[in-house]
Design a protein around this ligand. Structure first.
Ligand code: IMP
Length: 178
């Protein structure tokens, strides 16, 4: 499947399922080495990271737990609509080593929000793992410790990533054909 159509757009394969699997094995090996003897909590960011988080977690050989959080629009009286709150947080994570698992880091705005939230909640250590990074869009100083693939600044779908809700179940990663 070199090309797929999702809704009104056409996408071309960018990273194969096989290449994704191989890279996850490498990252898991690195994480296993870096966290030998430590208790770790993987924190997957919903929705996009569910697939990467599951595949990466399966390959770890650590005393590890996994949980998922989401940045959801604030349900209070805010009229801006732009305030987001972290939902799914579990107090068990206080003073623990955390690996945040993202699907993609684009501008890094989401990552910054998540990291700020975790700092406020007093975790002991924060490392970031992302399947994809768009280096030309990412301008923050927060180090991204484990990167699957660096990609150009184009829209992608598949392997958890969506276009208007569709395409998450594609096993490879596809880029928009303009
Ligand atoms: P950021 O906050 O700009 O770094 O964007 C991060 C979030 O935007 C990701 O977790 C995705 O949900 C979404 N996103 C960014 N780029 C893409 C893309 O190319 N395809 C699909 N979703 C994307």
């Amino acid at each position: 499947m070199n090309e797929v159509r999702i809704l009104d757009k056409k996408f071309r394969e960018l990273i194969s399922e096989q290449a994704i699997r191989k890279r996850i094995d490498e990252i898991a090996l690195q994480i296993n080495r870096d966290f030998t003897g430590s208790e770790v909590i993987f924190v997957g960011i919903l929705n996009g990271a569910f697939m990467f988080a599951a595949d990466l977690f399966r390959k770890t050989e650590l005393n590890a737990r996994i949980t998922f959080v989401k940045l959801a629009s604030y349900q209070g009286t805010s009229s801006t609509g732009s305030i987001k709150e972290l939902i799914g947080w579990n107090e068990d994570m206080v003073n623990k080593k955390v690996i945040v698992v993202e699907d993609i880091v684009d501008t890094g705005a989401t990552l910054e929000r998540i990291v700020n939230e975790l700092v406020i909640r007093n975790v002991a250590e924060i490392k970031i793992a992302t399947m994809l990074l768009k280096p030309t869009a990412y301008k923050l100083d927060i180090p991204v410790n484990y990167v699957g693939f660096e990609i150009p600044n184009n829209f992608v779908v598949g392997y958890g990533l969506d276009y208007n809700g569709y395409g998450r179940n594609l096993p490879s990663i596809y880029t928009l054909v303009k």
